[in-house]
Every structure is written in structure tokens, then in C-alpha cells.
Design a protein around this ligand. Structure first.
Ligand SMILES: Cc1cc2nc3c(=O)[nH]c(=O)nc-3n(C[C@H](O)[C@H](O)[C@H](O)COP(=O)(O)O)c2cc1C
Length: 179
């Protein structure tokens, strides 16, 4: 990909770290999705769960470059109650038509990433070209860093594939880009 943007939402800092690692390694710019109404304390956590259970689209602010100016956008968000975090749901719903090809990263403690990928595909009306999920532990202890950077390498190599016709990237692409 020639021009790639990283867009993240983070509640407790893990996705922010993922975005910063990926963007700084590849020299990609970052955009941030923020809550219009910050989620503080117990009620904030409860709102996270309700957003997921009711598939709500909470009000957000986006701070960053215009996504339509890029060839690809990497979206990064956490899992809440087995679903994509609400603020990313809002972002995708608002920007579906202005987003180029999308690659998706989710962070979680253990389960729910496949639901987030399915929801992104529904909102965007096409499946993300590349997806990866990371456990919070893998980001905190650094054991996921090489896989994360390989994800970025695989996305970059998609520009070569583009000249041969579009196809979805696979785990095999990531394995290749590790070598
Ligand atoms: C309200 C809430 C619900 C969560 N539900 C799940 C879940 O269903 N499955 C899971 O694996 N992790 C779950 N988690 C853990 C988050 O996915 C994890 O803390 C997140 O990936 C950290 O990213 P962040 O620091 O960028 O917000 C939940 C966290 C919160 C706050």
C-alpha cells in the first residue's frame, strides 16, 4: 500500500500502544477516535457493555487525517462484551463510504474478535483485507510485537498484489513477510 493511515480507539491504552507501535515502525500517520462523553468510573464501564449488548453507536470525535486521502486504513479497537467497541462501530458507520481498503486489528482478553470482524464487514459492505487479533497480555509483555510488525509488512506488500489483481491477504502472507 502506498499511503496507509492507522485509526484507533482505546479505552485503557492498549490499542493506543498498538497503533503507536505499528505507525512508528512503518512511518504511517495516526488518527484517533475519542468519546464525545468520556467513560469514567463504574458508569463508564457499564456504558461499554451496554453499547455492545444493544449495538449502540455512541457519539464520537475523530481527530486525524481524512481517511479518504489514503489507499488503506488500519482500524484498531478493543472488544467489549464479545463485540467491537461502540466508538469504532460509530466511526465505521459514519465513514463506510469514505474508507478505502480496510485492515482490522482487535485487542481483547480472550474472545470476541471474530464478531468484530463480521460486524466490520457488515458496516463496510466488504470484508477487511487483513485481520489480526492480539491478547492484551501479548501487547503488554511485548510477545506480540513481531507479529504486529509482520501485519504491517504484509499490508505493505499488498501494493505488489494490487498490480496482479486484488485478493485478500492471508496468514501465509504474514508468515512470508516475517522471513
Ligand atoms: C467493558 C469491557 C468489556 C470487555 N469484554 C471483553 C470480552 O468480551 N472479551 C475479551 O476478550 N475482552 C474483553 N474486555 C477486555 C478488553 O478487550 C481489553 O481490556 C482491551 O482490549 C484493552 O484495549 P484498550 O486498552 O485499548 O481499551 C472487556 C473490557 C471492558 C472494559
Amino acid at each position: 500500500m502506498d499511503k496507509t493511515l492507522v485509526v484507533f480507539y482505546s479505552y485503557s491504552g492498549v490499542c493506543r500502544r498498538v497503533a503507536q507501535l505499528l505507525a512508528s515502525h512503518h512511518g504511517w500517520p495516526i488518527g484517533e477516535i475519542r468519546d464525545s462523553h468520556p467513560r469514567a468510573g463504574f458508569m463508564g464501564g457499564l456504558r461499554c457493555v451496554l453499547d455492545s449488548m444493544l449495538r449502540l453507536r455512541p457519539a464520537i470525535r475523530y481527530e486525524g487525517p481524512e481517511p479518504a486521502d489514503f489507499d488503506a486504513v488500519v482500524i484498531i479497537s478493543p472488544i467489549w462484551a464479545y463485540q467491537m467497541a461502540g466508538p469504532m462501530r460509530t466511526f465505521l458507520a459514519h465513514n463506510a463510504k469514505r474508507l478505502p481498503r480496510v485492515a482490522q486489528i482487535t485487542t481483547m482478553n480472550g474472545a470476541g474478535a471474530s464478531n468484530a470482524v463480521a460486524e466490520a464487514a457488515r458496516l463496510l459492505k466488504s470484508a477487511p483485507i487483513l485481520t489480526a487479533e492480539f491478547l492484551v497480555r501479548e501487547i503488554e509483555d511485548g510477545s506480540g510485537t513481531s507479529r504486529l510488525l509482520a501485519f504491517g509488512d504484509a499490508l505493505k506488500s499488498a501494493s505488489v498484489d494490487q498490480s496482479r489483481g486484488h485478493r485478500a491477504l492471508t496468514e501465509a502472507d504474514i508468515a512470508l513477510s516475517r522471513q
